[in-house]
Design a protein around this ligand. Sequence first.
Ligand code: ARG
Length: 459
Amino acid sequence: MSDKLWAGRFTQPTDAFVEEFTASINFDQRMYRYDILGSITHARMLARQDIIPGNDAEKIVEGLNEILAEIEAGRFEFSVAREDIHMNIEARLIEKVGPVGGKLHTARSRNDQVALDIRLYLRDEIDAIAQALNKLQGALLTQAEANLDVIMPGYTHLQTAQPVLFAHHMLAYVEMLARDAGRLHDLRSRLNLLPLGAGALAGTTFNIDREWVAEQLGFAGVTRNSLDTVSDRDFGIEFCSFAATLMMHLSRLSEELIIWSSADFAFIELSDGFCTGSSIMPQKKNPDVPELVRGKTGRVYGNLISLLTLMKSLPLAYNKDMQEDKEPLFDTIDTVRGSLKVFAEMIAEMQVNAAQMRLAAGRGFSTATDIADYLVRKGLPFRNAHEVVGKTVRYCVENKKDIPDLTLEEFRSFSEDIDADIFDYVTLEASVNARKATGGTAREAVEKEISLARKALEG
Ligand code: ARG
């Protein structure tokens, strides 16, 4: 028998280079476990429905389990001539159990089989990624809890704007990742339907029980149109879109960690295990991990565009083009898993330099808005208050003073509405703690959000 399970209608062998060129075994072998799980379940269903004898199904299941063991032990020889993971396993099964193995592919096509394998594989990866996301959120939250007193400058345009709690800044990322986790959860529910039974494209002539197979494999239901089922890769695209957004978030955090760990900022120190040195400049400690994650964001965006472009304009139903779906998807999974893992560990070990952050928060007239708000409470329209404080700041700049250094007389030269209690409003703590509305940076507001986030993470 030829290595090709489909060789029947051919008279000449495949060109050797074409064989290599069209094969996917080098990358789709990572789905072996799901291919075997799907086949075992399919074989059992065929027997339950009296489509093949029970004895035959048992032999098939036994053979498949042996193949699983061979692969896990590294004893399985993957063959390019057998093209892909599906035919590598099926051909080996027939080798092992004889012609009975040839009954496995009854009422099935590689087109619905590959759709099943990707869904099963991706579903498990999604669950692992959800856990890794949760872990990173936990690390950010722990940093927030451990540094509740730390005040840092909040920025707009990367210019000092208003003081904020470092914990508040960490919670911003917890919030972003919570939305990412929500997107992952949503796309999982759309993916979690059984494609098997669509056959090559039109369905099958056999009396199969798709609902039973779905239940066995933990699917919430079955797909409802065979043409769509074998040509749908939306779930992969949705996953890559989730991943692109997540990586965008991680790249923003990366950028901040890189800036914060520079000698000029010195807000944080990343532990040595996450940095490298320079081969020429002995003083250097480079934040390689956040830099790499920032860089890897590009390839994940690229993978999303690859998949969208791959699927664009494909006529129904299956087209061989779709074999190209796997590498971008697998690369995205690997990149996201690696990035989340390394980030969770790096954030957990990150040292926060509270004194340095506080020093920076005090610079740049970060409490100027608080004086304006003070004047508004005295009855001045906000625009007038803004003008008064603008002049005050200019005076400070010209006289090299900071806002809390001004005397009451100096303050009053800008507005008669300013009284001695102004000094209670222009400290960093007062500025931060005045912002009590839900979602603000006041300590009590932040503590509330931390406990809500903790509950959400553990729930
Ligand atoms: N290796 C193929 C893929 O990944 C499996 C499906 C092949 N189906 C076919 N009719 N050639 O898409």
